[in-house]
Design a protein around this ligand. Structure first.
Ligand code: ATP
Length: 196
């Protein structure tokens, strides 16, 4: 089985996350995507509580699964209640699925911080990496930015410019976010009065 790990703060999940997962499933031939909701050590001042972010990630997952079951949400990083690191998550996934190949799905902005990640060199022995380019990111995320003896790095020109930051700002300003988030996530945000 070809597994993908897609981590993020998902505050909230949006149509960029949705499109990225569908791209991975359809074009990278991923069988299962593990959406991992993280305590990102580089991100502060999150808008929604952990439980809400996890539930919204489950909304995202159920929207994707409507068109072919492939996603599951993991709260493993949240449950650790301490900063979470991709290398720890990938070790955990390898313990769960020792015989499967793993691809890490990551946006360009996250990849730029790559050499600040804990034990990032080890990632190459644990997974292949696919970087999704974001048009707003400055410069370029070159695949040669990190070399690999084991895993490969591919960069995809994605260019779907939507971010959770933009959505939080729009919602706080009382503007509609319905075209930027999957319907189930939108319903959840309204029902729980998030980001106002
Ligand atoms: P924020 O605006 O709060 O920083 P975000 O929109 O980047 O949030 P995250 O939950 O941090 O959302 O994203 C999870 C992963 O998805 C990260 O690797 C991020 O780079 C990637 N990602 C998010 N939005 C996009 C997008 N529009 N195109 C490509 N990758 C994306």
């Amino acid at each position: 089985m070809h597994l993908a790990v897609f981590g993020g703060t998902f505050d909230p999940p949006h149509n960029g996350h949705l499109a990225l997962c569908l791209y991975a499933r359809e074009l990278l031939e991923i069988d299962r995507i593990i959406i991992s909701v993280s305590n990102n050590p580089f991100k502060h001042n999150r808008g929604a509580a952990d439980e809400h972010r996890k539930r919204m990630a489950e909304c995202l997952s159920s929207e994707i699964n409507l068109t072919g079951s492939c996603c599951q949400v993991s709260g493993w990083e949240l449950e650790k209640r301490q900063p979470s690191y991709t290398v720890d998550l990938l070790n955990y996934v390898h313990q769960l699925y020792p015989h499967d190949s793993v691809t890490l799905l990551v946006g360009e902005d996250s990849y730029r911080e790559f050499n600040m990640w804990k034990e990032y060199e080890k990632l190459f022995s644990l997974c292949d990496i696919v970087v999704f380019r974001r048009s707003s990111a400055e410069g370029s995320a070159s695949p040669s930015a990190a070399s690999s003896e084991n895993g490969s790095i591919a960069v995809i020109d994605f260019g779907y410019e939507v971010s959770s930051t933009e959505i939080r700002e729009l919602a706080a300003a009382g503007q509609s976010i319905s075209r930027l988030v999957p319907p189930a996530v939108h319903r959840y945000i309204i029902e729980h009065g998030l980001y106002r």
